[in-house]
Design a protein around this ligand. Sequence first.
Ligand code: DGL
Length: 262
Amino acid sequence: MAIGIYDSGVGGLSIWRELQVRLKTRLIYFGDTAHVPYGEKGADELEGYFWNIMNFFRSRGCVGAVVACNTTSTLVLPRVKDKVEYPVLGIVEGAVEATLAAGNGSVGILATKATVESGVYQRALSEARPDWQVYAQSAPRLVPLVEGGQVEGKKAEEAVREYLEPLLAKGIDTLLLGCTHYPFLREQLERAAGSGVRIVDPAPYIAQRAEAIWPQFSQGGEYLGSEFWVSAKPEAFRQTAQKLLGTEIKHVHFHEDVEEGK
Ligand code: DGL
């Protein structure tokens, strides 16, 4: 038995690192690196990847899955949720909960183009707190930077500043990291946002929800390790993941069936 976790690439590792200390079972991480970035793709295409990856997880003995991607959680999960035979946990509800707990009247959302355009976070936060101001900004250059392991240095610093500027100009007090890649840029984001802005990484809230959905893996048992799989460039993924997580990843498997047309 295992739980599957997936994202377009390394971003979902920001959720995996919380889950691996909380879920006492085997974890199977899948980075769909043949199709990264997801953030500018449409719902039909992303749904195709979703089903391929669910099939893969089933073939590896998974009894549940975490969609560690805001874009897929936003565009695909509402269409497929009742059609999967095991529980599937997305990011949106946990991220909204985390933001409501941290917010103080003026919230900025940093996310992919598709997530921002869906309006899912803007709607959920405005419904829960009509008295709050909510602003959203897409940040298309950040995912390629994280995928390339370029989380320090001038390029990352400039991109983060550029995307935060319009939100800071609105006087936000809280910033939701609405893409699972962005927690790996946390230092840059903190520096650019300054101490007056609380940064919300929803990962702990997602892990709490995972514990509630799979109590059999949170109350007993033992962590049985993780497998890492990708649909392209396993060695590049291994190196970037090691850099971002600061831990050794011995092997990354290549699973070609998830590639287009197979
Ligand atoms: N990390 C994903 C998200 O949370 C996907 C980003 C991308 O591939 O564009 O939206």
